[in-house]
Design a protein around this ligand. Structure first.
Ligand SMILES: C[S@@+](CC[C@H](N)C(=O)[O-])C[C@H]1O[C@@H](n2cnc3c(N)ncnc32)[C@H](O)[C@@H]1O
Length: 275
């Protein structure tokens, strides 16, 4: 299975909804048990580094690394730290989570909204967990957006909005878009629970109140729509967007006050390794 194209993250688009995107990251961090000295803290899929700097502020004595495979995101992370955004001692590392191994066992591996882009969670999660130092913590948040209407519509439109009701784009793209890499809560419990001193798994649905023109389209442009934006050439991309935009407006109608409600489910995992 070809992984989604990750080389073309657009930090500007991703940050259009930074309040909504930041909240689960902060709520995940709040559930990480206090550790006086976690030694090494790794932010996996750190993006442009805002949350990495929160980790560095919470554990000022720790060595903190932000790992990401997008040069654009890492460039923004470096620039943010250099511009006085805090965390001058953070080490930014370009690497792929699928093959990443830590330089030494971390006391915390934190991954907010990144592991949903990586295939093979049945192997990935135990591998990350076993890489921790004794007593270390794996803290993960992932959107369950592929169950959301906005994401199901991507698949429906790709399957039937071509000329004469034909599919748009290659079959591999349609397979990728319909694939759900995030497992159910109980599956993560089963993957990690037997090796954990403590494990906490929970789901939340945020009722996001969005403003502006086609806000759900703008939201998914920053994340879930990227494989399609990167994977379709013109005129297929224009054809896709011409069908997808009105379908989103029907699914998420604009309210009389101009806002649009976009329910968004997320899954959280905090697992502590035995000492
Ligand atoms: C939605 S952003 C989240 C960024 C950050 N964790 C935050 O909460 O603001 C997802 C990030 O994961 C990164 N990413 C996706 N797949 C990856 C992979 N296989 N290896 C490393 N980073 C990856 C992307 O480049 C992107 O920066």
């Amino acid at each position: 299975m070809t992984p989604p194209a990750v080389g073309t993250w657009d930090p500007g688009q991703y940050h259009k909804f930074s309040d909504h995107r930041r909240r689960p990251a902060v709520e995940l961090l709040a559930r990480v048990p206090p550790a006086e000295d976690p030694g090494l803290v790794v932010d996996l899929g750190c993006g442009s580094g805002e949350i990495t700097r929160l980790l560095a502020a919470r554990w000022p004595g720790a060595a903190v690394q932000g790992v990401d495979n997008s040069p654009d995101m890492l460039e923004r992370a470096r620039a943010g730290a250099a511009a006085g955004g805090g965390g001058p001692g953070i080490e930014w590392v370009e690497d792929d989570i699928a093959t990443w191994t830590p330089s030494r066992p971390p006391g915390l591996v934190y991954a907010n909204a990144s592991l949903q882009w990586v295939d093979g969670h049945e192997a990935l999660f135990p591998r990350l967990f076993r890489a921790l130092a004794p007593g270390g913590v794996l803290a993960v948040q992932m959107p369950r957006s592929r169950e959301a209407r906005s994401h199901l519509l991507m698949h429906e439109v790709l399957a039937a909005a071509g000329p004469g009701g034909a599919p748009i784009g290659p079959a591999s793209l349609r397979r990728e878009v319909s694939r759900r890499w995030v497992l159910g809560p109980a599956e993560y419990f089963d993957l990690l629970g037997s090796e954990a001193a403590r494990i906490d798994v929970w789901t939340t649905e945020y009722l996001q109140v969005l403003a502006g023109e086609d806000p759900v389209l703008e939201w998914v442009r920053g994340t879930g729509l990227r494989p399609i934006l990167n994977g379709l050439a013109e005129p297929d991309l224009a054809r896709f967007l011409d069908a997808y935009r009105p379908a989103l407006r029907d699914a998420y109608p604009r309210r009389a006050d101009g806002t649009t409600l976009y329910p968004f489910p997320r899954l959280f995992i905090v697992a502590v390794r035995r000492t």
